[in-house]
Design a binder for this molecule. Sequence first.
Ligand code: SF4
Length: 382
Amino acid sequence: MPPVGHSVTSPSSANRWLHCTPSARLNAVAQQSSEAAAEGTAAHELAEYKIRTFLGEKLKRPTSDYDCDEMEEATDDYLFFIREKLAAAKETCEDPAIFVEQRIDFSRYVPNGYGCTDCCIVADEIMYIIDLKYGKGIVVDAEENPQMKIYALGCLELFSELFDIQRVSLNIFQPRRENISTWETSVEDLRTWADEVLTPKAKEAYEGNGEFVPGDWCMFCKVAPRCRARADSCLALARMEFKPGPLLSDEELGEVMEKADQISKWAGDIMAYCQEQAIDHGRHFPGYKVVQGRSIRKFSDTDAVAQAARDAGYTDSDIFTTSLITLTAFERLMGKKKFQDTLGDYVTKTTPKLVLVPESDKRPEIQVDSAMKDFKGEYDNG
Ligand code: SF4
């Protein structure tokens, strides 16, 4: 769903503030809009228009600077998904109720808790919560997703008096990552979680209390580059104890790799933050200064350049090149379906290279023992 105002304990950042409660207040102060958020809002407005039009409302189609085939196709697919859910709802309920961009109030659990669900379908005993994620950063999972659970609680506040809802189906539709994630829970479990986890944590977060707890959620924290708890945790990670001897063992190298990702992400965040602060806001960091970068040569007037080159005896074939736009640019231009229909036959895939990833990665492991032996033989002989 698009951001609705600046809430300290917004559902979209619940995973962060449920784990690290003081981050809520710090992020509320550090709010900033982003291009991705504006694009997401545009996609949601178009999606809302399409659903409401499908439901028979007469509306003016919204337009935005982000209109493109990709957004058109993503919102068409989203509408198709909603229609599928509606059809599924009709199998168990004659006349399911559907609510689009429904304002919700979950302040019973979260102080000042309000928001908006993209789509909610109530079919007697089961309620479907559907969320469009237009972003393509990380793949979002519906299972135990606190944002989705809060939306469900907000919808229960509105509809549990009118319907005998027993189960809740949480659905994330993320078209640009080809991700559909669905998870079902009971209303009873949801309310237990709300009472035992959400309510006490939300109170703590709203009041700015609790412990700083660094973790994966730091990547969505606006104060992450300056956070002392994160710095302490990353530096503690870096304090590794090694055995004596001139070379690190495989176990020790594995330990370094495991920690290097977090540490280099942290260092990268700090560098990016300090660059932006120094260059855009004139802040000074001891030991660093702002200097002029290398200048890049470029033509000031390309038409005049072409004419001057022709006058000097060069032909157009000497001075112009044409080349196709990239595969990704084609896909953006045409949208996935048209791209597949028009150019799909010409797309080939290279054999992917082997990569070393943490064991937690979901891809199956490839046994490379023999390849390693071959390589080692070459290396040893070389
Ligand atoms: S960076 Fe991480 S630990 Fe620090 S405030 Fe943000 S979420 Fe909490």
